[in-house]
Write a protein that binds this ligand. Structure first.
Ligand code: 5GP
Length: 197
């Protein structure tokens, strides 16, 4: 019997995973999604360029700037941010609806300000986890090894990461991502305590 079959009265919850860019949150979110079938990923919308290997509707809904702005006007976003100059990212309310209708809890991979806003929308049904990288140097190394950034965009990401590190006290739990294996186990424990126990 799965967890969901045991629970007839479903109450949708949200898990927000946030971190400075390059702290490893996507790896952690993907691990949790693979492990727990009661979780559903909230696919965000963005107007940034698609990276190699990314799929529309899976990693993001890739929109033109004008389509993104139309959705803002129509009130389709639960939250949105201009994360880098001219680069918009937002959570569509329909993603949460869709997951809850399927009796799944929603997991988000978003930056710190959006994460704080989601937490405020669902104060009693949310767990917000901040992933702390071991150091700014470790972040720089990860972003460099990922080879997705130019030196200019790397600098923008690092500047933003330094600002984002000052937000950690706003979240429910802090997960230090030094040794990935340890971080994954600690992340599992946090989710299980919040959802299952
Ligand atoms: P990337 O370009 O590396 O995919 O994402 C850049 C940043 O935007 C990351 O910190 C990512 O978590 C964040 N992000 C992704 N989706 C959303 C969203 O829907 N809302 C907000 N506020 N940030 C998001």
């Amino acid at each position: 019997m799965t967890f969901l079959e045991k629970n007839d009265s479903f109450e949708g919850k949200v898990i927000v995973i946030t971190a400075p860019s390059g702290a490893g949150k996507t790896t952690i979110v993907q691990h949790l999604l693979n492990k727990y079938d009661f979780l559903d990923f909230s696919v965000s919308a963005t107007n940034r360029e698609k990276r190699k290997g990314e799929k529309d509707g899976v990693d993001y809904y890739f929109l033109s700037t004008s389509d993104f702005k139309k959705k803002i006007k129509k009130g389709e976003f639960l939250e949105w941010e201009e994360v880098y100059p001219g680069k918009f990212y937002g959570t569509l309310s329909s993603e949460v609806q869709k997951a809850w209708e399927a009796k799944k809890h929603v997991i988000f991979d978003i930056e710190v300000k959006g994460a704080g806003n989601i937490k405020k929308k669902y104060p009693n049904h949310s767990l917000a986890i901040f992933i702390r990288p071991p150091s700014i140097k470790a972040l720089e190394d990860r972003l460099t090894n990922r080879k997705t950034e130019t030196s200019r965009s790397l600098k923008k990401r690092l500047d933003r990461a330094k600002m984002e590190m000052t937000y950690e006290h706003e979240f429910d739990k802090i997960l230090v991502n030094d040794l990935l294996e340890v971080a994954l186990e600690e992340g599992e424990e946090m989710i299980e305590n919040f959802i299952i126990k």
